[in-house]
Design a protein around this ligand. Sequence first.
Ligand SMILES: Nc1ncnc2c1ncn2[C@@H]1O[C@H](COP(=O)(O)OP(=O)(O)OP(=O)(O)O)[C@@H](O)[C@H]1O
Length: 296
Amino acid sequence: MKRCMLIVNPTAGRERAKYHKNTLKVQLESMFDAVELRQTGQAGDATKWAEEAVLTGFDSVFCMGGDGTLNETINGLARGNKPVKFGFIPMGTVNDLARALQMPLHPEAAIAMLKNCRTVNVDIARANDRYFINTIAAGIMPAAVGHVSIEQKTRLGPLAYFLTGIKAMQTHQTSLFKIETDDGQAIYRSPMIIAMLTNSVGSFRNIAPQARVDDGKIWLAVFKDFNYLDLLKIVPEFLAGTPLSSEFMTLKTLTHGKITLLDDPFLSTNMDGDKGPDFPLELQILPSFLTVYVPA
Ligand SMILES: Nc1ncnc2c1ncn2[C@@H]1O[C@H](COP(=O)(O)OP(=O)(O)OP(=O)(O)O)[C@@H](O)[C@H]1O
């Protein structure tokens, strides 16, 4: 018997799940013998339930929510560590994974897509004792975007994060990072570092446009400090989709590595849009770990 667990965050995406969860359940009932719908009541539920689904022999786990719910569900699947297929209906502000997988961003269209879908294998990565599927970032910009309000997100969408981040960059705060990889170690003073698995970061594709969801690589961007003239050049280019040049960042790939903060013990990280683990970060790619439902 093929069973599917459906995890819904009722608070995600300005509480829109209530309009779509029953349509999704009906669609899943046409694909599986049984569908178990669970609604999260607090942070941590999605991880706990996804792990339970793996350990109790479910065929697939679906989630409906923003990037935070997605990250929690993937953490449960990774902890369970057995092959269980994963599907999701994007309901957040940015939805980087959906963008990277060319999935419809509107919940109705994403549910309809399941009528004609296939699965692909997608990399995830571990950072210390947690897992991510899009990004782990640290520095002045990621710290600022953690404070974007629901009103700003509603009004501006992903642009709310971009504008808040650009404003924060003008404080010119930098941190000293030591980055150790197979190629050796290097020390950088930087306002921001981003380790990413997909080509979509905060909805933009300018940082690592070559990144593929299954390339087995972590793409690490270490940004240079932007002055006012740099920003005048970068912002219009960035909004037009031009890839960011090496004049403004160092981009490298790794399969595993360690990032240590040398001068600021209080810098926090942002992982898939929510608070991530603290430095030092031990990063490890898990190639093609996740089997994900995507458009056929
Ligand atoms: N019932 C609940 N009440 C409050 N918070 C919850 C509940 N269920 C889950 N959460 C938490 O809500 C957090 C935010 O959810 P999520 O990121 O999915 O939506 P979102 O904030 O609307 O999306 P985005 O940040 O992309 O706009 C999750 O990290 C999760 O831990």
